[in-house]
Design a protein around this ligand. Structure first.
Ligand code: NAD
Ligand code: MG
Length: 300
């Protein structure tokens, strides 16, 4: 690549908005249409080339943010997808589904609150019924809250919601999916830079992400003999509805500016890591590892 090509590529890189992101806040679960600017999920840019042809994937939190970008990329690579999300996120889920339908791949909608074990089982069964099986489980649903109060005021409800969404649901979904997974299948968990560089304000959340890394390595050891690979993606600061729904307005303005690349990432920039890990012909010997998509922050 010559210098002019490199320069032209760099000029196309996304940047944070001039002066930072506009201060903004919304309630959980966040909504894509209320974000300013609306994130880039690869709608206009992701080009597929049959890398996941014939695979069937369940993507939790597939309505918005990173999950939407993964759904669009998977569908354009030839996979059928099932999307799990909270019932109040139907609008976002429908929009993701319409991008999948545009590729002529099958999309199955599986609303339900994953903090309930029976719901996790139902979501997996609905996905398997609708897709005719499951080859890839993407455990992407997650929740955080930036904490102002001291540890003594961290409420039991919040601790329950963070741990149940991020850890319990991941175990429950994986248990329910196991009978459907076969040799060549894979699981992709979503970790975070918070597993490596925990912020005090995200104490409970960061611990769940460290737990997800540990779980990923151990599950890879358990399922390896069955020919099932287990990996994780650890995003850095990515512009998704989770952020304005759970961080202070002032933090949003400078979101991602503290990374070596100096900006937040877009959901679209995470999708290729998931495609690689899901592709049996490309990642056939990749298991028990964590791929960082962090804008340069270290994942070790
Ligand atoms: P997002 O809000 O777009 O996606 C999170 C999704 O989780 C929601 O859309 C929702 O459908 C799902 N979810 C949450 N609670 C649920 C519940 N009880 N039942 C069912 N579904 C539930 O935000 P995102 O940033 O794309 O988050 C996706 C994953 O990425 C999360 O695991 C998050 O921790 C992780 N992550 C995000 C960032 C970031 O900066 N955005 C950084 C590191 C890791
Ligand atoms: Mg959502």
């Amino acid at each position: 690549m010559n210098d002019a090509t490199v320069g032209a590529r760099a000029a196309q890189m996304p940047t944070n908005p001039e002066g930072g992101f506009p201060a903004q806040q919304q309630d959980l679960p966040g909504r894509t249409r209320d974000m300013d600017p609306v994130p880039d999920h690869g709608e206009q840019t992701y080009r597929g080339s049959d890398r996941l042809k014939g695979l069937r994937a369940l993507i939790t939190g597939g309505d918005s943010g990173i999950g939407r970008a993964v759904a669009i990329a998977f569908a354009r690579e030839g996979a059928d997808v099932a999307l799990s999300y909270l019932p109040e996120e139907q609008h976002d889920a429908e929009e993701t589904a319409s991008w999948v339908r545009e590729t002529a791949q099958t999309v199955v909608l599986c609303p339900g609150d994953l903090t309930d074990r029976d719901t996790c089982r139902d979501v997996v069964e609905n996905a398997a019924d609708g897709l005719g099986g499951i080859d890839v489980l993407v455990n992407n649903a997650g929740v955080q809250w930036a904490r102002d109060e001291g540890l003594e005021d961290l409420s039991p409800e919040r601790i329950d919601r963070v741990l149940k969404t991020n850890l319990y649901a991941l175990l429950w979904l994986t248990q329910a999916a196991l009978p459907h997974l076969h040799e060549g299948a894979s699981i992709i968990n979503v970790s975070s830079i918070q597993a490596y560089q925990p912020s005090t304000s995200l104490l409970d959340y960061a611990a769940t992400k460290a737990g997800i890394n540990n779980f990923t390595v151990n599950l890879a050891a358990e399922l390896g003999p069955k020919g099932i690979r287990v990996n994780a993606v650890a995003p850095g600061p990515i512009w998704t509805p989770l952020q304005p729904a759970t961080q202070d307005e002032e933090k949003i303005e400078a979101f991602g500016a503290d990374t070596p690349l100096g900006r937040a990432g877009q959901p679209a920039e995470c999708a290729s890591a998931f495609v690689f890990l899901a592709a049996p012909s490309e990642a056939s010997y990749v298991s028990g590892t964590v791929v960082g998509v962090t804008g340069g922050k270290p994942v070790f």
